[in-house]
Design a protein around this ligand. Sequence first.
Ligand code: FE2
Length: 200
Amino acid sequence: MMIKEPLYSIKESLYLRLGLIKDDNIRNFTEQALNYADEEFWTYPSSLSGRYHPKENNGIGGLVRHTIKTIDIAKGLGEFMLYGNTSRDITIAGAMLHDIKKGGDDWFNYPAIHGLLAYEWLKDLEYKGPIDELIKEDILNCVRYHMRQFSEPKSEAVRAVNATDTEQIVQIADHISSRKELSFLPGLELSDKIIKSYLR
Ligand SMILES: [Fe+2]
């Protein structure tokens, strides 16, 4: 079944969600990372075999649809579990960037080390704007440890199962977003408030 995006392209739908991030520095950092994403990130499915993910995560743009679902779940969990806008922003940024290097550099397969690869890639990005280094590290750790016990190499998994609250939310949101039995279309309609906050 073809999945239609009635209002926005799937790429725009992801970019619009930058409006969920309240802090300018966190939003700008996240936006710049998205700008540098490999072309495959925007077009590839969430699972190369298509066997283990719900159908909306497959096909062209499937990885972005999965990312959007992860963000929307992380936003809801953040509002429930976290106190303060900064931690919520960190969680949304982490969810947005968690699979940005899912296929490594060649996108030939999806290695379980992709959390660590994304962490290193984000660390090497020359971000031009200001951002608190500790906040940046928290965002990068949400990305790095998002595979929890399946993180590789195994030394990563030891740390990933002792996750912080923000890291745990990205782990859980990613997990829910990839469950075959929890298939749903990402929310396509964003409130005017969110759209305006991004377009301002
Ligand atoms: Fe994911």
